[in-house]
Structure formats: C-alpha cells, structure tokens
Design a protein around this ligand. Structure first.
Ligand SMILES: [Zn+2]
Length: 101
C-alpha cells in the first residue's frame, strides 16, 4: 500500500499488516518481513508489524479426488500418481487485514 492509498482511505497509522503468502508465490516470508521493516521506516507505517500467514501448496487429484499437500512444487497425486491435478492453494499473495492501533 502506498502512502497515497493510505491518505485516500484515511488511514493514519497501522500497527500490523496481515499478509497471506502461498508456498508457490515465490515470496520468502523471512525476506519479505525484513524488506517490509526496511521499507516502512520513516513512513507513517514505522513500527508496523508484518504478520505473515504461510499457505502450503495443496492440490486435488482429478482422477481420484484425493487432496494432498504438494512437496517440492511437485503436483503429483500422492495416492494414484496422477499428474492431472487442480491446484487449490499456494499462489496467494494477499493482504488479509490492516490493524489500526
Ligand atoms: Zn489421485
């Protein structure tokens, strides 16, 4: 969120930003938290915490309906080895909430 957006939404300060980060989003939560703290210093967000909710990658097999957690970016049904899989979660990169003091 930019400072312009904050002004538009009349947000004066925020104490926490909740972010949902999927395993497949390509974002490293640790690196993101570090970048956030650096990015907000000397802005109205100074001192705000970034609270990251990590979402594992999950898929559902189209052949047998089995739902499973994908490991190593490998979408392969753990029950029947089918590769015909729908991706359910893991691509999230969403702001879930902004907490005001
Ligand atoms: Zn299957």
């Amino acid at each position: 969120m930019t400072q312009d957006e904050m002004q538009r939404q009349r947000i004066e300060s925020i104490c926490a930003v909740g972010l949902r980060v999927g395993a497949l989003s390509g974002v490293d939560p640790g690196a993101l938290t570090f970048c956030f703290e650096t990015a907000v210093s000397d802005t109205p967000l100074t001192g705000a915490k970034l609270e990251v909710e990590f979402v594992p990658a999950r898929g559902r097999c189209r052949s047998c309906g089995h739902e499973f957690e994908a490991e190593d970016f490998l979408f392969l049904c753990s029950k029947c080895d089918s590769r015909d899989v729908d991706m359910l979660t893991g691509q999230e990169l969403d702001i879930v909430y902004l907490s005001k003091p």
